[in-house]
Design a protein around this ligand. Structure first.
Ligand SMILES: Cc1ncc(COP(=O)(O)O)c(C=O)c1O
Length: 349
C-alpha cells in the first residue's frame, strides 16, 4: 500500500479521477475473492467508501415512496436513512417505531429469524447476516425462505454482509449462495471489519445483472447513475489498500485479524456464561448479545458504565426488539477485553 501511495506523488504514478465504479483490478479481485462460483462478475461490483455510505446511496436510488422492512433489532443506518429520505411516518413513542416501516422482530424465541408469515409486504427488505447487534447468522434454509418471500412479493433484498468473514459454521457468507437470490437481492459489504479499515473507508456493493425492476430495467444501471452523480469513486489510496487486502498475503492477514477478534468474543461469551447470563451471538460475529430480562437496556448500560467504566451498547438503540439486551463488542485490545471481563465478574459475582 505504501509503495502505491508513494507512486501517487510521482509524475508516472499520479492518477486523478478514477472510474467511479472502482478500479478494474480491485473490482475483479473482490468478485473472485468473495463471489467465486456465485456468478457475480467484475462489472457487478461497485467499490465504495464503505457500506454505510452505500446504504444511503441506495436509499437515494429507491426514493421516498418505497416501503421498507428491517430486522428488529438491526444496525440503525437502515431506519435512519429511511427517515432522512422521507419514507417513514412519524415516530410512535408508545411502540418506539417509525410509521410505515415493517419491523421484523428477531428474538431468542424465533431463533433471531423473523416469522415471515406475519411480515407485511414491502418494496425493500434490509437484511443483515451475521446480524449487528444480535450476532446471529441466518442458515441456508432461512435465507432460502427469505429469497422466496421476496420473490413472491416482488421485493428487493438489500443484504448486508459486513460480518461475513466472521461466520464459522456453514451459514452462507453471501446471499448469492442461495439459488435465485440474484433476481431479488443486492449485497453491501465492507473491509471495515475484515481488515480494520473503519478509518480507511472502503467497501463495495454487488448488484447482479439479473436484478431487474418489474419493467425489466436493471437496477445496476440506476445505481451506476447514483454513483457517478453522488460519489465519484473511492479514494485511490484506499483502493490500493483494498487490493493489498485481497492479495494472498492480505487474505491471510484478514483471517488473522478476524481470528483475533473471535478469540476476544470467546472470552466475553465465557465471562457472561460463567456469571449465569443468557448470552446470544458471538459465534459468527464479533458481538455478544447479553440478556437482562425485565430490565431497561439503558439502565443496564448506565450501571455498567458507572460501576466498571466499560462502554457497552444499549440494545434498544437498535430498535424496540433490542430492549432488555446490551451488546458487548469484541473489537478491542486483548488486555482491555480481559480487564473489562474482570470488572464484569466483580460487578455481577
Ligand atoms: C451491519 C453493518 N453494516 C455496515 C456497517 C458500516 O460499515 P462501513 O464502515 O463500511 O461504513 C457497520 C458498522 O458498524 C455494520 O455494523
Amino acid at each position: 500500500m505504501s509503495q502505491r501511495s508513494y507512486a501517487l506523488s510521482t509524475i508516472d504514478g499520479y492518477s486523478g479521477y478514477g472510474a467511479e465504479q472502482g478500479e478494474k483490478k480491485l473490482r475483479a479481485a473482490i468478485a473472485s475473492t468473495y463471489y467465486a462460483d456465485l456468478g457475480i462478475e467484475e462489472d457487478d461490483i461497485f467499490v465504495s467508501d464503505g457500506a454505510k455510505s452505500d446504504i444511503s446511496r441506495l436509499q437515494v436510488l429507491f426514493g421516498s415512496t418505497v416501503t421498507m422492512a428491517v430486522q428488529d433489532p438491526s444496525y440503525p443506518a437502515y431506519v435512519d436513512s429511511s427517515v432522512i429520505l422521507g419514507q417513514t411516518g412519524q415516530f410512535q413513542k408508545d411502540v418506539e417505531k417509525f410509521g410505515n416501516i415493517e419491523y421484523m422482530r428477531c428474538t431468542p424465541e424465533n431463533g433471531f429469524f423473523p416469522d415471515l408469515s406475519t411480515v407485511r409486504r414491502t418494496d425493500i427488505i434490509f437484511f443483515c447476516s451475521p446480524n449487528n447487534p444480535t450476532g446471529y447468522a441466518a442458515s441456508r434454509e432461512q435465507l432460502t425462505k427469505l429469497v422466496q418471500f421476496a420473490k413472491e412479493n416482488g421485493s428487493i433484498i438489500v443484504y448486508d454482509s459486513a460480518y461475513a468473514m466472521y461466520v464459522s459454521d456453514d451459514s452462507p457468507r453471501s446471499i448469492f449462495e442461495i439459488p435465485g437470490a440474484k433476481e431479488v437481492a443486492l449485497e453491501v459489504s465492507s473491509f471495515s471489519k475484515y481488515a480494520g479499515f473503519t478509518g480507511v473507508r472502503l467497501g463495495w456493493t454487488a448488484i447482479p445483472k439479473e436484478l431487474l425492476y418489474s419493467d425489466g430495467f436493471p437496477l445496476a444501471k440506476d445505481f451506476n447513475r447514483i454513483v457517478c452523480t453522488c460519489f465519484n469513486g473511492a479514494s485511490n489510496i484506499a483502493q490500493a489498500g483494498g487490493l493489498a487486502c485481497v492479495s494472498d498475503e492480505g487474505i491471510k492477514a484478514m483471517h488473522e485479524v478476524v481470528g483475533f477478534y473471535k478469540d476476544n468474543t470467546d472470552i466475553i461469551v465465557d465471562t457472561f456464561n460463567s456469571l449465569g447470563f443468557k448470552v446470544y451471538g458471538g459465534k459468527n460475529a464479533p458481538y455478544v448479545w447479553v440478556y437482562f430480562p425485565g430490565q431497561s437496556s439503558w439502565d443496564v448500560f448506565s450501571e455498567i458504565l458507572e460501576k466498571t467504566h466499560v462502554v457497552t451498547t444499549p440494545g434498544s438503540g437498535f430498535g424496540p426488539g433490542g430492549e432488555g439486551f446490551v451488546r458487548v463488542s469484541a473489537f478491542g485490545h486483548r488486555e482491555n477485553v480481559l480487564e473489562a471481563c474482570r470488572r464484569f465478574k466483580k460487578l455481577y459475582k
